[in-house]
Design a protein around this ligand. Structure first.
Ligand code: HBI
Ligand code: FE
Length: 291
């Protein structure tokens, strides 16, 4: 096993870049039905919660409720819009494989879909998380640039051994990012927008902190992979987010080497607070406390 827990090479049946054929014809009616249930639940909830860019992306790609999309068809539309394509992978891939795909405008999407009995939570990104959650934002030229720059930065960060700092940037933007708009806070993070419960929690619950995005603050902040986030970061615009990748990260990484991690349960000096959370959900034990 290599450092990041993967066998040295791709799994049987996968190509050297860890991609596989989606084999869209191979999905069962029951698998398509899971997509339809998840899609319809989110489509009813997200207007007024997801940002306009996300909602436009769903429309632009003609993603809707009649079953798991065919990546080849989605990629044709996406190529025309921003040059991105969607490639099927068996699940999580090694970091350097992941970054190389992003750096080349290829989004690696899990082929599998969750089971009906685990509709609400899964550890590995499935096709609903990846294609419903991540792909619509890739129709926006600014976000498409950001994601490619992230991939290029990831390859550099690995070279410096500071991948964990960059992974936090991905987590608090691409996965769990909020955006300020004239009509209030809106969701753009895939991990939120693909989750029914967190699409509500992230905007409405008094428990989490909501703090203005600052690159180094984010890169010093650990995150949870097992439950709702205790802190969300808010960007003023996608342009502002892309701006952060145009700087030389070298000095940033040097400062981060000397900087302590920041706690996720309370605000830090200098934070721009959109809302100070009570942390009641986390203190009550979070998901595990549920009956
Ligand atoms: N692989 N398929 C897939 N999807 C991801 O989101 C992903 C991955 N490998 C690594 C990874 N994410 C993160 O560890 C990087 O952002 C650091
Ligand atoms: Fe994701």
């Amino acid at each position: 096993m290599s450092a990041d827990g993967f066998a040295s090479g791709p799994p049987p049946g996968a190509r050297a870049d860890w991609t596989i054929d989606q084999d869209w014809a191979g999905y069962s009616p029951a698998e398509h039905q899971v997509w339809t249930r998840l899609y319809e639940r989110q489509a009813a909830l997200l207007p007024g919660r997801a940002c306009e860019t996300f909602l436009h992306g769903l429309e632009a790609l003609d993603l809707h409720g009649d079953g798991i999309p065919d990546f080849a068809r989605v990629s044709e539309d996406l190529q025309r819009l921003t040059g991105w394509s969607v490639v099927a992978v068996p699940g999580l891939v090694p970091d350097e494989v992941f970054f190389d795909h992003l750096a080349n405008r290829r989004f690696p999407a899990g082929r599998f879909i969750r089971k009906p009995e685990t509709l609400d939570y899964l550890q590995e990104p499935d096709v609903f998380h990846d294609v419903f959650g991540h792909v619509p934002m890739l129709t926006d030229p600014v976000f498409a640039d950001y994601m490619q720059a992230y991939g290029q930065g990831g390859l550099r960060a690995m070279g410096r051994g500071q991948l964990h700092n960059l992974a936090r940037l991905y987590w608090y933007t691409v996965e769990f990012g909020l955006m300020e708009t004239a009509s209030g806070l809106r969701i753009y993070g895939a991990g939120i927008v693909s989750s029914h419960a967190e699409s509500i929690f992230a905007l409405d619950d008094p428990s989490p902190h909501r703090i203005g995005f600052d690159l180094e603050r984010v890169m010093r902040t650990p995150y949870r992979i097992d439950d709702f986030q205790q802190v969300y970061f808010v960007i003023p615009s996608l342009d502002a987010l892309r701006e952060t990748t145009l700087q030389d990260f070298g000095p940033v990484y040097e400062r981060l080497k000397l900087a302590e991690d920041l706690p996720i349960d309370r605000a830090a000096p200098g934070d721009k607070l959109y809302s100070r959370g009570s942390q009641a959900y986390a203190e009550a034990g979070g998901r595990r406390a549920k009956p």
